[in-house]
Design a protein around this ligand. Structure first.
Ligand SMILES: NC(=O)c1ccc[n+]([C@@H]2O[C@H](COP(=O)([O-])OP(=O)(O)OC[C@H]3O[C@@H](n4cnc5c(N)ncnc54)[C@H](OP(=O)(O)O)[C@@H]3O)[C@@H](O)[C@H]2O)c1
Length: 267
């Protein structure tokens, strides 16, 4: 059995059901995981990426706000860029332990150019707006999505979208973007209408915090299996981005997805 792939909406990209979230490769301050951790050293990070690729994962999710994640990936992927799809973001910066947000066209353009350099590539596969929670304000008044659409036409990115924090924002973004990133886990299913809508429209859906940032994974029973069975039964879910730096968790997650991901429920 190999890890299945699904189309990312109508983008032409095919993503593995599990993507690898890379917050924990670059940032261990101001995060909400159940326990503290050290950033993996170069060898461990390289081994993690190699293992992920061997297991069939083809999607990496990063962001300027994930500390040194983009810079590290840029080095680690040298000579291997073509093996991966890379998703990064614009709008959130994390400096000296604090986040700040800038969704302006100028910052968006500069951020994409910086990500291209840091990731050592001439095209980004997916760029998402990294929302601060004011989804509708960003979509309606900031020009961020329009700038990403321009940069897609210029060939600097293949697909763009928004990582939203409200169902209203997800629904509006779905009308304007190639894909969205929304939360769905055992504690929260409020973005389910967004996923239904995206499926109807041919818009890709990436799931963040599938394991409730690790809090679900430490609950009784088999929450990882229950989570993946529920998520991948929905044909609108393209991929779940799970953040792990533990190779055994990575292997177990892929095995669980392979076991539960049959034919998705028709809507
Ligand atoms: N606004 C946004 O755009 C946004 C926000 C949040 C997240 N994200 C993206 O989504 C990704 C995932 O979100 P997340 O990292 O917050 O949460 P998550 O994927 O729900 O959970 C990650 C946590 O679960 C643990 N874990 C993973 N597999 C496990 C297993 N089999 N058993 C026990 N524990 C397990 C990991 O610890 P170990 O390292 O010990 O495995 C890690 O602490 C992020 O890395 C990021 O790329 C985006």
């Amino acid at each position: 059995m190999t890890l299945p792939e699904r189309p990312l909406g109508n983008t032409g990209l095919r993503v593995s059901l599990l993507g690898l979230g890379t917050v924990k490769l670059g940032r261990n301050q101001g995060v909400k995981y159940p326990s503290g951790f050290s950033l993996p050293d170069e060898r461990s990070a390289a081994d993690l990426l190699a293992r992920a690729r061997d297991l069939g994962i083809n999607l990496l999710d990063t962001a300027p706000a994930y500390g040194t994640s983009e810079q590290r990936l840029g080095k680690l992927l040298q000579g291997r860029r073509r093996e991966w799809l890379i998703c990064t973001k614009v709008g959130e910066e994390f400096d000296n332990g604090a986040s700040r947000f800038d969704f302006s066209p100028n910052h968006t353009r500069a951020s994409v150019e910086r990500s291209l350099k840091r990731l050592n590539t001439d095209v980004l596969d997916i760029v998402l707006v990294h929302s601060d929670g004011s989804d509708l304000e960003i979509i309606d008044n900031c020009g961020t999505l329009e700038t990403l659409a321009d940069m897609k036409r210029e060939g600097k990115l293949r697909a763009f979208g928004m990582s939203t924090k409200t169902p209203e924002g997800g629904l509006r973004a779905a009308r304007l973007c190639d894909c969205v990133m929304v939360t769905w886990n055992l504690d929260y299913d409020g973005d389910r209408p967004v996923i239904d809508d995206c499926y109807e429209r041919g818009v890709g859906v990436l799931i963040k915090k599938a394991l409730a940032s690790g809090h679900a994974a430490v609950a009784d029973g088999d929450p990882v299996r229950t989570t993946f069975a529920r998520l991948f039964a929905h044909a609108g879910v393209s991929s779940a981005i799970v953040g792990t730096i533990n190779p055994e968790h990575l292997r177990a997650n892929v095995a669980t997805v392979e076991a539960v991901a049959g034919t998705p429920d028709p809507l």
